[in-house]
Ligand binder design. Structure first.
Ligand SMILES: Cc1cc2nc3c(=O)[nH]c(=O)nc-3n(C[C@H](O)[C@H](O)[C@H](O)COP(=O)(O)OP(=O)(O)OC[C@H]3O[C@@H](n4cnc5c(N)ncnc54)[C@H](O)[C@@H]3O)c2cc1C
Length: 471
């Protein structure tokens, strides 16, 4: 069977959908989205049952459709902050997005189909139900919306061996295995591990029955700095702290110390050096909860779990038949190296503004439609890899601010950014007159030129320097 399309988008996760949504809003084109999975939504299809967005719903998803109702939660760990969709909410939302896209009459979904690459008669796509291979003739571009494909515990291969007698479950199975008297060993350092620990405690497990195996300690952001709409002053306050710390930093350790001292960065154990940074955020309630866990094993990555011991990079820890080992060790964000986003005739979706996957995919679609020259498009959309270590923070911020400066000088791009629901700063102009917001804007604007220069320089620092931070 032959097919044709203007754009073939490979991957129907958040990035592919956000790209297609803006592309169709800006241009009269035909789009085909292909995904191996049986439904859209990417990794959210396999999210653990108690997952929520770590960012507010208000700026997540696709540009043309709101997610949630922009309510501020009145109770719970997110009290006082904008609502965060559950995994189920996100899946339903993306299903609705898929209906809207196909309802436009200009989008086609090829689900349960795998993209195999280019062939002599077009892009080759295999129907995973029948094994049949089809050629898709692409008139304009192939869009790689899987370059930064996420890895989650339900679908990854654990990076350690498990002896047949050991009990290891992915975090998804936690609600099925919780039982009185059990001991839990949570494996992983990031947000998923935090969620697992908090969920266990919320479900009656005493902190002293949780052992936390943390290969690296992580830096987190305070959720108050990522609140949109009425609370947007907190976002610009956070960015002002970044710019101030960056403008005068003498090194990576110094900038991290400044960020921690102002509350911009948080770590669970302030007596232990944190090295990992994935750009995730916590509330103080989550932080207080996980700080109650005192049994922390820091012997590097897990290599093998046996019936009575866990073998790690730097030693071993005892375990037992009554211990449920909870795998939260998937990599999550994919920090593949940056590559040009516009590569005639391909587009490789990546981060441009830091930590904003949906916004970036939509922005790239806007630029694709409204600029002709790939060099110009790449100037507006330089790649900005996801961070893994705190040493990645300076370069990531400098790249964001350089790109944002370029958008501001192009009236159509800056107008699109200003109006996009995916832009967490969208409501800043309305609040810019408030004293706190006005002061933060001034501090940001004053410091950002020097911060770009200093952080750009620091991003070239040798790895390992930041491991001194916080001693
Ligand atoms: C647990 C978790 C929570 C997160 N929370 C937030 C949050 O709160 N806010 C935020 O901004 N970001 C968050 N993120 C970041 C997240 O990565 C993005 O929000 C987004 O969902 C990633 O979407 P994606 O489309 O880039 O990747 P994915 O969701 O991984 O989708 C990639 C798709 O490509 C498909 N694919 C790959 N290869 C092929 C092929 N050859 N042929 C066909 N299909 C293929 C896959 O099947 C998959 O569906 C979170 C990430 C994780 C893991």
């Amino acid at each position: 069977m032959g097919m044709d399309t203007d754009y073939l988008v490979v991957g129907a996760g958040a990035s592919g959908l956000a790209f297609a949504d803006t592309l169709l809003a800006e241009a009269d084109v035909a789009v085909t989205l292909v995904d191996r999975r049986e439904a859209v939504g990417g990794h959210w299809r396999y999210a653990y049952p108690f997952v929520r967005l770590h960012t507010p719903s208000a700026f997540y998803g696709v540009n043309s459709l709101a997610l949630g109702e922009d309510r501020i939660d009145q109770t719970g760990e997110n009290e006082g902050f904008y609502e965060r969709a559950t995994g189920e909410d996100v899946r339903e939302y993306f299903a609705g997005v898929a209906e809207r896209l196909t309802g436009s009459g200009r989008a086609r979904l090829l689900l349960h189909h795998e993209h195999l690459g280019g062939g002599p008669d077009g892009e080759r796509v295999r129907d995973l139900a029948t094994g049949e291979v089809h050629d898709v003739r692409v008139r304009r571009k192939v869009v790689d919306a899987r370059y930064l494909e996420a890895s989650v515990p339900a679908t990854h291969v654990p990076p350690f061996e498990v002896a047949p007698t050991a009990r290891v479950v992915p975090v998804n199975a936690l609600p099925d295995v919780i039982r009185p008297g059990a001991i839990y060993a949570v494996l992983g350092s990031g947000k998923t591990a935090v969620d697992a620990c908090v969920w266990l405690m919320d479900n009656g497990v005493e902190p002293d029955r949780i052992r936390w195996i943390r290969p690296r300690d992580a830096w987190f952001h305070d959720r108050r700095h990522f609140q949109p709409r009425e609370l947007v002053a907190g976002v610009i306050e956070g960015l002002a702290l970044d710019a101030e710390a960056g403008a005068t930093a003498s090194g990576i350790s110094d900038v991290v110390e400044r960020l921690e001292s102002t509350g911009r960065l948080l770590r669970i154990d302030t007596s232990w050096p944190a090295t990992m940074y994935r750009g995730t955020m916590l509330s103080f309630r989550e932080l207080d909860a996980v700080r109650q866990i005192k049994d922390v094993v820091r012997l590097g990555h897990v290599r093998r779990i046996e019936a009575d011991r866990i073998l790690l990079d730097h030693g071993e820890a005892p375990t037992g038949a009554d211990v449920v080992h909870v795998d939260c060790a998937a990599f999550g964000l994919n920090n593949a190296p940056g590559t040009p986003i516009f590569q005639q005739p391909r587009i490789v979706l990546q981060q441009v503004r830091h930590l904003s996957p949906c916004f970036n995919a939509a922005l790239i679609a806007f630029v694709e439609v409204h600029r002709d020259d790939d060099a110009d498009k790449n100037r507006l959309c330089p790649p900005n890899p996801y961070p893994s270590r705190i040493e990645d923070w300076p370069g990531m911020m400098a790249r964001t601010w350089r790109a944002e400066g370029r958008w501001l000088r192009e009236s159509d791009v800056s107008a699109w950014v200003a109006g996009s629901r995916l832009n967490l700063l969208r409501d800043l102009p309305e609040h810019a007159g408030e004293p706190a917001a006005r002061a933060a804007v001034e501090r940001f604007v004053t410091n950002v030129p020097a911060a770009i220069e200093v952080l750009g320089r620091l991003s070239a620092s040798p790895p390992g320097v930041a491991s001194q931070a916080g001693h």
